[in-house]
Structure formats: structure tokens, C-alpha cells
Design a protein around this ligand. Structure first.
Ligand SMILES: Cc1cc2nc3c(=O)[nH]c(=O)nc-3n(C[C@H](O)[C@H](O)[C@H](O)COP(=O)(O)OP(=O)(O)OC[C@H]3O[C@@H](n4cnc5c(N)ncnc54)[C@H](O)[C@@H]3O)c2cc1C
Ligand SMILES: NC(=O)c1ccc[n+]([C@@H]2O[C@H](COP(=O)([O-])OP(=O)(O)OC[C@H]3O[C@@H](n4cnc5c(N)ncnc54)[C@H](O)[C@@H]3O)[C@@H](O)[C@H]2O)c1
Length: 495
């Protein structure tokens, strides 16, 4: 390989550094860090090698939610049984796949442009190219021309995100076997598609594909579908989102080999015994088996940092750690830290890193960060899982409270003829503090926010139960849970 010419950096400001902060990666983590820094008077540069906005804007949240919005409408209009309940008889629904794909692509372009303009307006310098560390407080940027320029910065924030993980034995061609990077383009609608993985991406795309008439086989390596979700929520959600649809779900099996083509061949083995189970021949495969951090080419060794399977170790203030100690002037935020691979986590981490750079001691509170899966209906959660809450209760010696509030008792859900849903609330029986919540049901993604706010403030159910909720709204599902929890406390202390 030809060595790249190294060009001197532009004239340095009086501080002696080219920038106060250089951010590597312009996804949500990098964007929020750069904007927050620039808004607070720091001289900031952001380095991006692909599209501004990163995964969320270009290949993640934004296009997938656009596809879910359109396909969700199709599902609704095609659900004759549901409509009949209202006395509505709709004509057979028709849709244009390309127009749905265009809706997603246009939304991506609009949000990407807005985000780029926002950064430019904030005074952030956008450096196009691939960034890597070049020792402490130095970032080398290789531009598309091959020229490499080295910039200095008082602080460096790594926000390089993640890429889809493709397990060994699976070959992708981007057309018949692909990841979410290609699925968001909705280039064609396979008659029969296999989705490997029943996590966030598997569930959301199964929602899209089944709404648009595809037959889905879902392969999950672990012993139950939706293994990363609360077991009770997963049970009721799977009944509707998987069993109630044109989906054949298989748990405890591994796709050991996938060969693209027409048809695509999938060799399935039993997860435990690794004995062959079956060979499937399908039209397409979506690989949705998690994501891996982008950190290999960052030259982290030049600052003595060792990754954990590619994830950059950080403390709760987002300082990068080497041997457990903070590396001076180096920060990492977003998916590359592997904390909670969500856009709003990345953004919150970006802001917290800048706050610390500004000298305002801030830590991130992961427990209060909510998560949602935008299926129809949605699934959401915040705080501790029941298993973790039980461990905490045992460790700290308090009794764990758990109550369930059902959508079928909610007037608004009944009016919508969508009363399939459950909220599970976990709380301390001594103080009443809310520890976590898990929801499946209509607008679960919005409902979780009120509980996330309560977790952030470490509020107790006694106070929360007295707060008045609008009638009739789905938020009364939360109110009922708070009231049940508060009543159980009263019983517990014999009041
Ligand atoms: C299909 C899908 C749907 C999703 N839906 C949601 C959702 O609904 N809600 C939600 O909260 N999250 C969702 N996510 C997750 C979300 O997209 C990520 O958590 C988020 O994008 C992480 O942001 P980030 O800034 O850490 O990294 P990224 O968004 O991955 O951005 C990193 C950026 O760094 C750039 N980069 C990498 N290396 C270099 C380098 N050396 N030099 C210069 N630039 C570099 C990359 O090109 C990229 O632009 C979804 C993800 C996927 C795949
Ligand atoms: N709505 C959202 O917020 C949203 C939407 C999409 C993606 N995301 C983010 O992107 C990340 C990646 O999503 P994802 O769905 O790819 O990952 P995931 O971790 O949510 O789910 C992956 C699933 O694949 C299974 N799996 C792994 N290897 C397998 C194999 N070889 N064969 C069969 N099953 C296998 C896992 O057991 C797991 O159930 C998520 O963790 C989330 O952070 C978020």
C-alpha cells in the first residue's frame, strides 16, 4: 500500500491546539457532542467518513420507522376483522412498494440535510474522511483523495458507532442475503423471507414484511423467541406479533451456513447438540443477529487502550479507560461503548461527555433510559429487568414488588379495539421506588416515558399514585399500576 502524504495542520489558535474538541463519527452520539460543545463556545470539528447522521439517520431508526409507519397503515387497512368491529368495510388495500421505499429515502435525505445544516450553523467544522488517533490529543484524517492531515485537539471524542454483525458461516450478497443496511431500502418483497434473530431488528422487520404480504420464518438461536425481552411481556407479545401472523418461529436452532442465490440455502442445526435439523430454501434472508463496534482502525493502541471485543471501555462520565484508569483527554460515546445501543443513549452520552469537558461533573444514568420496539403494537421497557431487580433485592435486603396493569381494563384501548396489552411494574416494597417497567401494547413506546422520568427522579409509587392522569387515555394503564403498587405498600406496612 502506498503511504499517504501527511500534510501540516492549519494555523493553530492561541490555545496551541487546532480545536478544543475533535469528534470522530457523526452519528447521533457525535452530533450531540459536537453541537453541545459548539453551543457552549468550544471550537469543535467532527470527522465523518460516510453519510452525516450515521446509522440512525441513514440505515437505522429513521428509515425503519418510515417503513413501519407505511406498512403499519397497510396492516390496519387490511385488517378486515378489526375494521368490522367498528362497522367499517374497506376495499382491498393496495400499495406501491417503491413509493413506500421512497418515503423512507426522502425522510432520510431530509433529516440528514437538517442535521448537517444544524451542525454547520453551530460553527462546527465538518472534516470529511476517515479519522484515527495519532497519539494523545492528535487525530489523523485520511480524505477521499488519499491525503492524510493531522489535527490536534485538547479533547478527542470517539463516536464511531457500530455495524451489523454477521455470524460465521453466513455469506451475504446484499440482495438475497442481507442485513438491515440493505433491508431499509426495501428493494423487493420476497415471497418467503427468513429472518435470523428475534431481537429489535428481527421483530421490526417481521412487522414490515408480514404487513406487506411476505411469509416469514424466524430463526432464534436461544431457547425462546425474543430472549432479550421480559419473559412475560415476550409471551404475550409473541402471541400477537409472531403466532398471530404469517410467521413460523423456531427457537433453539442456529443457521450454521447460509448461501446466497436463488433459492437461498439455509442449513439449520440444533443449538445444543449442533446436529443438523433441516435445510431451508427461501427467497431471501435478513440477518438480524446484533451489531459490532467500529473501532478496529482507530489506532487505540497509540494511546494504550485495549478494547473489550471491540467495545471501548468508559466510565459513567464517558472517559475512556485503560487498565481501569481514565486516559487523559480521551472520551467515547454511543454504540462503540456497547452500553445500550440506542440513538438517544448515544446522544445523551455525547452531551454528558461535553459537560464533563466543560468542567460540570456529570454521569449518565443508564437505569432511566427507556427502550422501545416499534412493532404494531409496540414493546417498551425502562430500568431493571425482573431478574436484575430480584438480584438487587437480595443483595440490598428489600422485598421486590411487582404489579400488572392490563390494557383490557383501559377505556381508550377498548375504544380502539386494541386491548391486547400488559404493563409490568417493578418497585421496592420498602421505599416504593420504581425500579423498572416493561410494556407491550398500543403506544407502549410513548407510555414508557412517564415511567422513565419517575425512574430518573427515583420517585416512589405512593407519590406517583396521587398524580392525576387524563381520562380516557392509555396513560391510565400506568396510573392503575402505580395505584396497585401503592396499595400493596400500604398492605405491606399494615397501614
Ligand atoms: C435498523 C435499525 C433500527 C434502529 N432503530 C432504532 C430506534 O428506533 N431507536 C433507537 O434509539 N435506536 C435505533 N437503532 C440504533 C441506533 O441507530 C444506534 O444506537 C445509533 O445510531 C448509535 O449512534 P452512534 O453515534 O453511536 O453511532 P452511528 O450512528 O453508528 O454513527 C457512527 C458514525 O461514525 C462514522 N465513523 C466510523 N468510523 C469512523 C472513522 N474512523 N472516521 C470517521 N467516521 C467514522 C460512521 O460512518 C458513522 O456515521 C437502530 C439501529 C438499526 C440498525
Ligand atoms: N427500536 C429500537 O430501538 C431498535 C431497533 C433496531 C435496532 N436497535 C439496536 O440495534 C441493535 C441490534 O439489533 P438486533 O436485532 O440485530 O440485535 P438484538 O441483540 O436485539 O437481537 C439479536 C437476536 O439474534 C439472536 N441471534 C444471535 N446470533 C444468532 C444466530 N447465529 N442464529 C440465530 N439467532 C441469533 C440473539 O439471540 C438475539 O435474540 C439492538 O440491540 C438495538 O440496540 C434498536
Amino acid at each position: 500500500m502506498q503511504p499517504h502524504p501527511v500534510t501540516a495542520a492549519p494555523a493553530t489558535p492561541p490555545s496551541g491546539f487546532d480545536f478544543d474538541v475533535i469528534v470522530i463519527g457523526a452519528g447521533y452520539g457525535g452530533f450531540d457532542a459536537a453541537k453541545h460543545g459548539a453551543d457552549h463556545g468550544l471550537k469543535v470539528a467532527i470527522v465523518e467518513s460516510r453519510d452525516m447522521g450515521g446509522t440512525c439517520v441513514n440505515r437505522g431508526c429513521v428509515p425503519s420507522k418510515a417503513l413501519l409507519a407505511a406498512s403499519g397503515r397497510v396492516r390496519e387497512l387490511a385488517d378486515a376483522e378489526h375494521l368490522k368491529g367498528f362497522g367499517i368495510h374497506a376495499a382491498p388495500v393496495r400499495f406501491e412498494r417503491q413509493k413506500i421505499a421512497d418515503h423512507a429515502a426522502q425522510l432520510v435525505a431530509t433529516i440528514r440535510t437538517n442535521l448537517t445544516k444544524t451542525l454547520e450553523r453551530s460553527g462546527t467544522t465538518i472534516l470529511r474522511g476517515k479519522g484515527r488517533l495519532d497519539g494523545p490529543q492528535r487525530v489523523a484524517v485520511r480524505e477521499a483523495s488519499g491525503v492524510e492531515r493531522v489535527y490536534t485537539a485538547r479533547e478527542v471524542i470517539v463516536a464511531t458507532g457500530s455495524d451489523p454483525f454477521v455470524p460465521p458461516g453466513i455469506e451475504t450478497d446484499g440482495r438475497t442475503v442481507f442485513t438491515s443496511d440493505e433491508a431499509i431500502n426495501l428493494e423487493w418483497l420476497p415471497r418467503w423471507i427468513t429472518i435470523i434473530g428475534s431481537g429489535y431488528i428481527g421483530l421490526e422487520f417481521a412487522d414490515v414484511y408480514t404487513a406487506l404480504g411476505c411469509e416469514v420464518t424466524m430463526i432464534e438461536a436461544l431457547d425462546r423467541v425474543m430472549p432479550t425481552f421480559d419473559p412475560d411481556i415476550a409471551k404475550i407479545a409473541a402471541r400477537h406479533l409472531i403466532d398471530g401472523r404469517d410467521i413460523d418461529a423456531r427457537a433453539g436452532v442456529l443457521a450454521s451456513r447460509i448461501t446466497p442465490g436463488c433459492p437461498v440455502k439455509i442449513e439449520l442445526v440444533d443449538m445444543a447438540s449442533r446436529e443438523p435439523v433441516e435445510t431451508l430454501e427461501v427467497d431471501a434472508v435478513l440477518v438480524a443477529t446484533g451489531r459490532v463496534p467500529v473501532s478496529k482502525e482507530l489506532n487505540l493502541a497509540s494511546v494504550g487502550v485495549e478494547t473489550n471485543r471491540g467495545f471501548i471501555p468508559v466510565d459513567d462520565g464517558l472517559r475512556v479507560l485503560a487498565n481501569g484508569e481514565p486516559v487523559p483527554h480521551l472520551w467515547a460515546v454511543g454504540d462503540v461503548t456497547g452500553k445500550m445501543m440506542l440513538a438517544h443513549t448515544a446522544a445523551a452520552q455525547g452531551t454528558v461527555a461535553i459537560e464533563n469537558i466543560l468542567g460540570h461533573a456529570r454521569r449518565i444514568d443508564y437505569r432511566s433510559i427507556p427502550a422501545a420496539t416499534f412493532t404494531h403494537p409496540e414493546i417498551s421497557s425502562v430500568g431493571l429487568s425482573e431478574a436484575d431487580a430480584k438480584d438487587l433485592a437480595e443483595k440490598e435486603g428489600f422485598a421486590l414488588g411487582s404489579v400488572r396493569s392490563y390494557f383490557k381494563a383501559n377505556s381508550k384501548a377498548l375504544a380502539e379495539l386494541e386491548s391486547d396489552g400488559l404493563l409490568k411494574l417493578l418497585f421496592r416494597k420498602d421505599t416504593g421506588e420504581v425500579l423498572g417497567a416493561h410494556i407491550y401494547g398500543l403506544h407502549a413506546a410513548d407510555l414508557i416515558q412517564e415511567i422513565a422520568n419517575a425512574v430518573a427522579r427515583r420517585q416512589g409509587v405512593r407519590q406517583l399514585a396521587s398524580e392525576v392522569h387524563t381520562h380516557p387515555t392509555l396513560s391510565e394503564v400506568v396510573e392503575v399500576a402505580y395505584k396497585q403498587a401503592a396499595a400493596s405498600l400500604a398492605t405491606a406496612v399494615g397501614a
